[in-house]
Design a protein around this ligand. Structure first.
Ligand SMILES: CC(C)(COP(=O)(O)OP(=O)(O)OC[C@H]1O[C@@H](n2cnc3c(N)ncnc32)[C@H](O)[C@@H]1OP(=O)(O)O)[C@@H](O)C(=O)NCCC(=O)NCCS
Length: 353
């Protein structure tokens, strides 16, 4: 008896972004506010990073709440019903549960239940990873419409008094809906990782440290309650980085990846309408733009001045702002590149909705 051929989904020639949404939290933290916590100045922060403010969500607003708002706007903007969403991908490093995922809850709240839903842990490259996966899912016919969200409540995982990264970070969410198209609207991703630099950005402690501490505290009699709870609180994981190493890697290695993304898309910088790199530092953005030799007409995402570094949310937030301020960019090509903790990176050219 011959083995039957398995049926496959009908495929699509291309995929493209059909809708975009954003959520910016209400609390604005100025450089003066930051300088109450660390030895710094408004002038230093502006000169060395380009950041003027960052937004932070109040305690009662969760990363899921922000993601739902951004996702709902993207679905509305795409002109489709939530029930048409065939997969929900959420890039985040600040959802405070290892399991269950933020994505499953977001899919339900947004009206996309029972779509497959999962989180992506690729830090500041997470959004570009999500776009790469959504493009593959749509083209292979696995889903007609995929919701990709980058959402972060980084204020939950920072220590305001540390000076290497906390002053850079903000909260927010950005989302896109990716759907089928006759022409490719998303180029192949140039993406990868370099785990040899795993230690350059990351958390100060892990769940294993908390477990070891609890076991230790239970064994030792007479541990003072106040001292024990203080030590326990200090185990709350917060972010740290070796800023200079990340800076050099971002400027040299990411410029090469951004050029490669143009190459695999089969275009040159002249064909771009916009350049939206991860919003990590204005000096990195300027240096990348210089190395790419971007012509005058290319509009550069500089959301960092207002929003700070929002990790996975930074590229969709910056893109959302660019489109609101420059509606003529609609339909034009944008080069986007995300990079960060892992270390990981992802870049591709997308047609703007
Ligand atoms: C973090 C960052 C802004 C620091 O800027 P930098 O120019 O590299 O600063 P350096 O670490 O070389 O320190 C230079 C001086 O500034 C001081 N400094 C460092 N951080 C400071 C701060 N927050 N406020 C004021 N001064 C600071 C240092 O003490 C040092 O002083 P010294 O010359 O008297 O010793 C920068 O390295 C950066 O943006 N790195 C990459 C960030 C990034 O992309 N991270 C996440 C990836 S998603």
């Amino acid at each position: 008896m011959s083995t039957p051929t398995l049926k496959q989904n009908p495929t699509h020639a291309g995929s493209t972004i059909v809708g975009i949404g954003a959520y910016r939290p209400s609390v604005i933290v100025t450089n003066e506010d930051v300088c109450q916590w660390i030895d710094s100045s408004d002038e230093w922060i502006q000169q060395r990073t380009g950041i003027i403010t960052r937004h932070r969500a109040p305690r009662e607003v969760s990363v899921v709440d922000m993601a739902v708002d951004a996702g709902a706007e993207a679905i509305k903007n795409a002109g489709i019903e939530p029930s048409q969403i065939g997969a929900v991908l959420v890039s985040t490093v600040s959802h405070p549960y290892a399991t269950p995922s933020a994505a499953a809850l977001i899919a339900d709240k947004i009206g996309a239940n029972p779509a497959p839903a999962y989180d992506i842990s690729a830090a500041c490259a997470g959004y570009c990873y999500g776009v790469a996966q959504a493009d593959a899912l749509v083209r292979s016919g696995v889903a007609d419409y995929v919701l990709v969200i980058g959402a972060e409540k980084l204020s939950d995982v920072i220590d305001n008094h540390e000076r290497t990264i906390s002053f850079l970070l903000g909260d927010g969410a950005g989302a896109v809906v990716i759907g089928p198209s006759d022409e490719p609207g998303i180029s192949p991703a140039v993406w990868g990782s370099d785990g040899s630099k795993w230690d350059t950005i990351g958390m100060t402690s892990s769940l294993l440290d908390v477990r070891d501490f609890s076991e230790q505290a239970m064994k030792s009699d007479g541990v003072e309650l106040a001292a024990a709870s203080e030590a326990h609180a200090a185990l709350w994981p917060t972010l740290r980085q070796d800023g200079q190493t990340v800076f050099r890697w971002a400027v040299w290695e990411m410029a090469k990846m951004a050029k490669k993304a143009l190459e695999v898309a089969g275009i040159t910088a002249d064909d771009l309408g916009a350049f939206v790199p991860h919003q990590a530092n204005m000096r990195i953005i300027d240096e990348l733009a210089k190395q790419l030799k971007l012509p005058e007409h290319v509009i550069i995402g500089r959301d960092i001045a207002d929003a700070g570094n929002t990790s996975a949310a930074s590229i969709p937030l910056a893109t959302h702002r660019l489109l609101a301020e420059n509606p003529e960019l609609s339909g034009k090509l944008s080069l986007q590149i995300g990079f960060g903790a892992g270390l990981v990176f992802g870049a591709q050219v997308v047609r703007l909705p």
